[in-house]
Design a protein around this ligand. Structure first.
Ligand SMILES: [Fe+2]
Length: 290
């Protein structure tokens, strides 16, 4: 076989295998449990080993089965986390790009999502922030969404505010902001009155919030985000054609360290536009502080 033919057939083989794997990953309903150790500077001994379960971007809609959301919840519960957090896009919002059956809000999708997540329980509680798609469905839907999650699973919303949580006599701060693309997003308000001496973890749907964080002014030890879906469609050799971030591919997925800042970006659970995740499995994350 000539070298040129060999290269041609090899390339086709790699593309076919990658597409095949992507289709399998899409149709199998598989969710990957991702365990991430996160080094935090000056972490008090009582917080060593603290486990945080992170779920995000369910996009409950006509194209996301409830069993996928439920499977992600089961994986989190199997790890017995101390704390569970969710970083937005519980539903898919209506926009001019997402009209009709995909983008239209239907209460059954909200109920399906909440029921699938009703298993979530943790000693330090369940906390959440809202994503751009939640806001895009309008203030009435946001109100119903917040009330339903609070009532049914006891979720505490962190809308530009924070709470102090205590583990074995040592407290730390959990902060949350509204979606970064919303005018209501305010990191300054979220930090108000929260100790700067304690470990501070921030929930922000959109990792671009890092633009607002100045380690000298608002020290945040760890940001937890979603939003990018890990690209959702990851094309071999080319990467992700669409990335809704001003930082390009930087916050596509995984743990991103940038000087004194560190952000974990989850690929999320659901789908946007089509039930396809090419080379980008849905994810349930458990972060362990060290
Ligand atoms: Fe999303």
């Amino acid at each position: 076989m000539k070298r040129r033919d060999f290269l041609k057939y090899s390339f086709r083989g790699i593309v076919a295998a990658t597409v095949g794997m992507g289709i399998y990953n899409t149709t199998s309903g598989q969710v990957e449990l991702v365990r991430v150790p996160v080094k935090i500077r000056n972490l008090p001994p009582a917080l060593q080993g603290l486990k945080i379960g992170l779920l995000t971007d369910f996009h409950s809609s006509a194209i996301v089965p409830n069993k996928l959301i439920s499977a992600a919840g089961q994986l989190i519960m199997s790890e017995k986390p101390d704390l569970i957090v969710m970083t937005g896009d519980y539903i898919t919002g209506s926009t001019k790009f997402l009209s009709g059956s995909i983008g239209e809000f239907k209460k059954e999708h909200l109920i399906g999502c909440v029921n699938a997540l009703s298993q979530l329980k943790a000693p330090l509680g369940v906390y959440g922030v809202l994503g751009n798609h939640d806001f895009w469905s309008g203030p009435e839907v946001v109100k119903v969404l917040c009330e339903t999650f609070s009532k049914q699973i006891g979720l505490v919303w962190l809308r530009n505010c924070g709470v102090e949580l205590n583990r074995d006599g040592t407290s730390f701060c959990l902060l949350g902001v509204d979606d970064y693309w919303e005018p209501s997003c305010s990191l300054v308000t979220a930090c108000k009155g929260m100790s700067t001496e304690k470990i501070r973890i921030l929930l922000s749907h959109n990792p671009d919030i890092n633009d607002e964080i100045s380690p000298a002014r608002e020290r945040i030890d760890l940001v937890l985000s979603g939003h990018t879906h890990g690209g959702q469609i990851v094309v071999p050799f080319l990467g992700q054609p669409v990335m809704p971030s001003k930082f390009g591919q930087k916050y596509r997925a995984g743990l991103v360290r940038d000087g004194d800042r560190q952000t974990y970006v989850s690929r999320g659970v659901g789908y946007l536009l089509a039930p396809v995740r090419l080379n980008c499995l849905p994810e349930a994350t458990v972060l362990t502080l060290t």
